[in-house]
Design a protein around this ligand. Sequence first.
Ligand SMILES: NC(=O)c1ccc[n+]([C@@H]2O[C@H](COP(=O)([O-])OP(=O)(O)OC[C@H]3O[C@@H](n4cnc5c(N)ncnc54)[C@H](OP(=O)(O)O)[C@@H]3O)[C@@H](O)[C@H]2O)c1
Length: 333
Amino acid sequence: MLLCLATATAALTTPTLKLPGTGDAMPAIGYGTWLSKKGEVYEGTKAALATGYKHIDEAWVYMNEAEVGKAISESLADGTLASREELFLTSKLWNNFHRPELVRQGVLESIQALGVEYLDMYLCHFPVAFTPGTVEASSADQVDDVPLGATWTAMEKLVDEGLVKNIGVSNFEIEDLKVVQAVATKPIACNQFETHPYYQRQPLLDYCTEHGIVVTAHSSMGGAANAMSAFHASPPLAQDATIRQIASKHDTTAQAVLLAWALTRPTAIIPKSITPARIAANLEAVLALTLDADDLAAIAMLDKPGLEGCYCHPKTPWLGRSEFTGKTDHYYG
Ligand SMILES: NC(=O)c1ccc[n+]([C@@H]2O[C@H](COP(=O)([O-])OP(=O)(O)OC[C@H]3O[C@@H](n4cnc5c(N)ncnc54)[C@H](OP(=O)(O)O)[C@@H]3O)[C@@H](O)[C@H]2O)c1
């Protein structure tokens, strides 16, 4: 995987990841937007763009695309962003739009809410379909039987139409990727999934690398704000003794260590914060930090192979397709 250097601002140099197919350069540090309260994400996005972030991670289901779109359009108008092309904007197809005839509606709702003409990246958010209109499934009859390949083929048409530049997936396991690869005529540009030192998922990362799929890590700091992190058996990642020792050695924070480690793998990162000092640190302190071989070896030992991720856990009610369908599912071992 190529990790290139590109100048983001005069003061900051942000690595980029080269996407298959288009060759587009995806900034390896993006601004995460999930779980911000109403109003917060507008201020947070403005602060992120002013700090020098050139990549925003959004999704239909975050229900805040209009706020982020307002921040983007104002940042274009006041010159914080020189042009739309300077920004790499990702959004995601929610589970209730998986039927091929609904995929276009899904992307149009995001594009309209964000106030843009195209997305740089559009991801199939989960390898699980819900019946049309179901935002969060709570029973088996709300899980829709739509083959992943059919959804993917409809997503390819969005590229042909110019609505999106690159397409990819999120929270897909190797078996899910193979299903898409069997029908794909365009590359899977990205797989965005939960990964951090306790949940390293090296085989999945290796598979993506071998197949030219760029990886974006979500919940890199442990996803502490997410109620589903209660499914983790371990204490909060940012309190891990090894991570804290490495942070102390480099005179930085545990969060900077977690984010810098993710960049070394290499994966893109999309830290979310609505706190201006943290928004700046998640870019500047991370870029300023170089982990050494001892740090990397110590972090490699933190993997907990038996750990379930927040997003692949059988008790995650809206994702537990094995619970709903009764099928044995590779997700859950
Ligand atoms: N594809 C998917 O299914 C999926 C799933 C989850 C997340 N995501 C994406 O990934 C993004 C990031 O994941 P995430 O929000 O779950 O978790 P995260 O980035 O691991 O953590 C966010 C939490 O950490 C806090 N935080 C941020 N920077 C910090 C710092 N420097 N020091 C201390 N605390 C800090 C934030 O608090 P404050 O905001 O209060 O500062 C927030 O509570 C999301 O926003 C979303 O865009 C995608």
